[in-house]
Design a binder for this molecule. Sequence first.
Ligand SMILES: CC(C)(COP(=O)(O)OP(=O)(O)OC[C@H]1O[C@@H](n2cnc3c(N)ncnc32)[C@H](O)[C@@H]1OP(=O)(O)O)[C@@H](O)C(=O)NCCC(=O)NCCS
Length: 148
Amino acid sequence: MENYELNQNFEIVTRRLVLPRDLNGHGNLYGGSMLSWIDESSYLYAVEKIGYTNMVTVSLENVRFRSPAKMGDSVIILCRIYQIKKTSITIQTKAIVHDTKTNQTSEIIDCFITFVCLKNGKPFPYFKTEEFKNKYNKNDINDILIEH
Ligand SMILES: CC(C)(COP(=O)(O)OP(=O)(O)OC[C@H]1O[C@@H](n2cnc3c(N)ncnc32)[C@H](O)[C@@H]1OP(=O)(O)O)[C@@H](O)C(=O)NCCC(=O)NCCS
């Protein structure tokens, strides 16, 4: 099996409160803060799922901010594994803003972030190792990973 797609629902990874330090000059959430939260949340989610920590971010795709967030809003970050290849894992990450005053929610971003496993500073085919395969029994793999 070369590539996999995970057939599972998103999981909430983090909730963030929008504070003054996260705002741009017009009172909206600064995009750089959002990207930093996404990078951190996606990394933590991937680490928890695959049991490997030496990874770097190689790409962030589909970055379009659809709705603003304001001070005091709650930002909910959800992740799922989208694809696992040889050295890389792609996480699909969504952020949703919850306006606590109106109780309305809207999606800020839905993007794909790819991490590459490293060993000695070079891409490492962790997902081909027995160590990775042993973390999941065959039924689990069949259950959660779809070949594509
Ligand atoms: C990530 C890095 C090690 C990749 O090195 P590389 O020599 O380009 O490696 P490769 O071309 O062999 O690609 C390695 C994997 O990355 C994937 N990849 C490379 N560019 C990609 C991109 N733009 N989008 C998605 N995946 C990408 C490849 O498909 C490959 O995946 P696979 O092995 O699972 O098939 C290197 O580019 C690097 O160190 N970048 C800096 C990372 C960093 O510091 N990030 C923090 C933010 S500054």
